[in-house]
Design a protein around this ligand. Structure first.
Ligand code: PRP
Length: 213
């Protein structure tokens, strides 16, 4: 039997996902060791492999078939735009991709003015401004703490993830429009889905029954 390989986005998401997979009978004890420097973990009995990767890299591993299955946020799936099957919405990691900024910037949206938009998600931002607001904007790519950009005058607005909204609130910013709701998803390589149809379909059904969808 061939291995089925999982790529998980490092961090909180991977931890929660492994809890759900555990309830569906897919375990990896080795991965729980906080001191390990190992990159890949194997469940010999069930022929599973697991590795952790930077979220943005997970769709790449899955598209190329280096992983059969990926677990990653919808934000990353949309941003990376790879050819994958999205098969499960885990329902955790819920948040929203939004356009945010000071209230005074609200009138700029859809105004036709060429504003600056700071974001870690240039593809999502460009797509939303071009195809939904029909507005040509300058996208400025940042690596983090995006909320800083309108405060220090780098951009008029931002496109970023909003979870509780407290980062925006504490910095005098508001949600101006919501782009899309987000949560953790399972994606599958398109060839693996055909080659390992039975095992992967069973795995999907088992995980679905745990999360009740
Ligand atoms: C994310 C996001 C916001 C914040 C939103 O940042 O970019 O800054 O969480 O959460 P809230 O609505 O609950 O305040 P993250 O912590 O991932 O770090 P980052 O600055 O590196 O993006």
């Amino acid at each position: 039997m061939e291995y089925i390989t999982f790529a998980l986005a490092k961090g909180r998401l991977a931890k929660k996902a492994m809890e759900v997979l555990g309830k569906a009978g897919i375990h990896c004890e080795e991965m729980n060791d906080p001191n390990t420097r190992k990159l890949i973990f194997t469940d010999e009995e069930h022929k599973f492999k697991f590795f952790l990767a930077k979220a943005g890299d997970v769709p790449t591993y899955v598209e190329y078939g280096a992983a059969d299955i990926g677990i990653v946020g919808k934000d990353t799936i949309l941003e990376e735009g790879k050819k994958l099957y999205e098969v499960i919405d885990f329902g955790f990691g819920k948040c929203r991709m939004c356009v945010a900024g000071p209230e005074s910037a609200r009138e700029l949206l859809g105004s036709g003015r060429r504003i600056r938009v700071a974001t870690k998600y240039p593809n999502i931002a460009k797509d939303y401004f071009t195809n939904v607001l029909h507005q040509t904007v300058e996208i400025i790519k940042l690596g983090g703490s995006i909320e800083l950009a309108p405060i220090v005058g780098l951009s008029e607005v931002i496109v970023d993830i909003v979870e509780t909204g407290s980062t925006l609130r504490e910095n005098g910013l508001s949600v101006l429009t919501e782009i899309v709701p987000l949560s953790a998803r399972m994606v599958v390589n398109q060839v693996s889905m055909k080659m390992e149809q039975e095992r992967i379909q069973k795995l999907i059904a088992d995980v679905r029954s745990v999360i009740g969808n």
